[in-house]
Design a protein around this ligand. Sequence first.
Ligand code: GAL
Length: 599
Amino acid sequence: MKKTIVSLALIFLGLVLWSQDQNRSIIKPGEIWPDSDGNHINAHGGGILFNSGTYYWFGEFRLPRTEKDRSRYGVGCYSSKDLLKWKNEGLALRVTGDTSSMLQPGCVIERPKVIFNKKTNKFVMWFHHELKGQGYRAALTGVAVSENITGPYRYIRSLRPNSGVWPQNLPEQFKSLTVNNPDLKNGSGEWKKAVMEGLFVRRDLAGGQMARDMTLFVDKDGTAYHIHSSEENMTLHFSELTDDYLDFTGRYYRVLPGGSNEAPALFYAKGKYFMFTSGTTGWKPNPGRLAVADNLTGEWIPLGNPCRGTEDENKITFGSQSTFVLPVGGKPESFIYLGDRWTPENLADSRHIWLPVEWENEKPIIRWYPSWDLNEPVIPDNVLSSKEIKEGWKLLFDGNTTAQWMNANTKIFPATGWEIRDGSLIVNPGSKAPGGGGDIVTTGKFRNFELTIDFKYSTGANSGIKYFVDTEADNGALASIGCEYQLLDDRLNPDAKEGIEGNRKLASLYDLIAPKNVVDNGPDNWNRAVIIVNGKKVQHWLNGKLTVEYERSTPAWRELVSTSKFRDFRGFGEVPEGRLLLQDHGTAISFRNIKIREF
Ligand code: GAL
């Protein structure tokens, strides 16, 4: 009997966990993503088309390592209502047994994308196509069409686009240049200049332009563009498609000539066109790139790397290469970045890196989330989520004004030395005029609280977040005394080696307690400091790790203080409430997302 009850309880628990799992809206970038059959979704370098309330994900169906039948190769298709649970719809396009066809087993199909043509009522698929036994030499693009979104798609042909026609934006004088590739040293400045001036466009004019990494984009007026890495992957071509989307009109534009961009992924937001791309390092990830344009066909302006992670993460775009940007239905200005983390030795196992697109001063950026909730909106900087509001959080900085801060001595916010830029409160020593700058404190006082602050320190910087600052009692020179969460570039600021056993390092309780578990994102990267005060108990956290924990106003505390440089300040750190302070130590540092909740 007992056994039966235990088994029933276990079954019930299992059901509860299972049903919770079914209701999950959690994306876990980089993990195995099982489809309806329990297999990892095999749709790489892909894109998503939303049609009649369902999302359709098309991508490279890579032959699993165990698969011997090479004819099971082509474009995979999956469908989903919620972007989380995906049903395997099988191969939308499949290689053919006809050995005279370009689409025979052994060919390579990459980065397929599907768009819907309203005029013909047909679904059109384009893909990068390489021929059997020819490596990446052919540089063709293939087209296929279907009346049903999931296929099967009828293969039409593969070609190099735009043969015999010049790009719309190639200056007239470049058309007649006679520079030849073999006469130049590959990669030299001269060669790069020649590439920018159309070296490969001229070379490939008759036979058609190369087309490797690609995407499709339908503009507001319904005109579709085939966007592909051309000119030996040196320049992107934006090639207009005919009304039925099955061919090229011959109107095309060179974009970012000589920029070596691959993996284009475009979207339209806030009145502008944005494009994620990668550099050209094959399967290995490289620093992502972002560009913006007022018109789809240019001019495109590079905006740098859109990643906001650690230096190492940004260098490899969180281990991904862009493939698509998905507008999220029903949520204006809400987009998801889709990338691939390639596994060259087993491409079927390559992982899907989906990250929410966030906005930083009207520019799209991406941050790493090991897991994130599709149904939770991504909260912009210096804004509280509805959950945070419910939990009692308050902003101490709204990204635009300094109302809640003042100079610790003058009680007025300094006119120079501090500034607000890009939603950050910044110590800018360069802008400091005589009498400017100085430490700033909150206008309010706090007793028991949780404080969270994002900070980005410059190379070699020194600063700090102080709490229990008593500006009234300690006028003059002592105005800024309090317990300090130290902010320091431990690698380059000599103060890291001062004090006792590391008690002046980043995230320490300055000059009193050395930090543990320090995960430092390094200079010029955002870090998160959290300070929790609950009566006598205090904690410091850095980037999610507890670094310091102590109890104040105890004999041990007084003993500790007596060994520090605060030994002469009676009652140091013992006031029941105090102001918070951000230090101007003469080096540049930025703060944002300054939030507090009291209890
Ligand atoms: C990448 C490209 C991929 C694939 C790979 C082959 O640069 O984006 O789609 O072609 O090279 O090495």
